[in-house]
Design a protein. Structure first.
Length: 235
């Protein structure tokens, strides 16, 4: 698969490296031509993850030219830049699927997430359309991977917490780390269902795996995050 990653910050660079390591022909698209030249010359980003050597199959190209020949575009730019970048992608031509993500949910750092909520977008007759439901097999693979990392004892332990996992002197650092890890995996399963058009499965999973007293809060938080994200820009 030919993948273009638009945005060469920390998140975009990490996505591009992961994509290339997964066997995809990947192009990282920074705005600055000097950054692209440095990446291709040094085989690493000059300021983002500078210790990570770029794998074979990953190159850099400034601007949006790589979008034209891409099968998939990963959008990794700041939220305020999304409308203008989407306009540029439309002008660049081609018919790629677009994937974007909501970042920074429930105080998780990007480095803690296995994957943020993906949204698959497609241009149809000049309109941006959410096509995530057409990629349910992809989401199902992600769900299966996360479920395999959990066991019933993990879930029971997390369900005995308050769900918010605010720092507390009564909870050891080791247990807090464990609870956050379980919470992250549960969220990734829930939003994979939610963002692929299966709300019933999302809320059923939430009811089965989340602390009962906190279900309404986290459900509202998920819905607000989805409404504020890139889906607000699509039809």
């Amino acid at each position: 698969m030919r993948v273009a990653v638009v945005g060469a910050g920390s998140w975009g660079t990490a996505l591009a490296i992961h994509s290339a390591r997964s066997g995809n022909e990947t192009v990282l698209c920074p705005r600055d031509p000097a950054v692209a030249a440095s990446i291709d010359r040094e085989r690493r980003h000059p300021s983002r993850h500078p210790d990570a050597v770029f794998p074979d199959g990953l190159r850099a190209e400034p601007g949006l030219g790589a979008v034209r020949s891409a099968d998939l575009v990963l959008l990794a730019v700041p939220s305020p830049a999304v409308p203008s970048v989407l306009g540029g992608i439309a002008e660049a031509g081609g018919r790629p699927a677009l994937v974007s993500a909501v970042k920074g949910f429930e105080n998780f750092l990007l480095s803690e997430l296995d994957f943020p909520p993906p949204v698959v977008l497609r241009f149809v007759r000049g309109r941006l359309v959410d096509a995530s439901s057409e990629f349910q097999p992809y989401f199902d693979r992600m769900i299966a991977q996360e479920r395999a990392k959990l066991n019933p004892l993990d879930i029971d332990d997390f369900k005995s917490s308050d769900g918010k996992l605010a720092t507390s002197a009564s909870v050891s650092a080791t247990r807090m780390f464990h609870l956050r890890s379980v919470k992250m995996k549960v969220l990734e399963i829930v939003w994979s269902y939610l963002y692929s058009g299966r709300e019933e499965e999302a809320w059923q999973t939430l009811a089965e795996t989340w602390p009962a007293a906190d279900v309404d809060r986290i459900r509202d938080a998920l819905l607000r995050a989805r409404a504020r994200g890139i889906r607000a820009q699509v039809e």
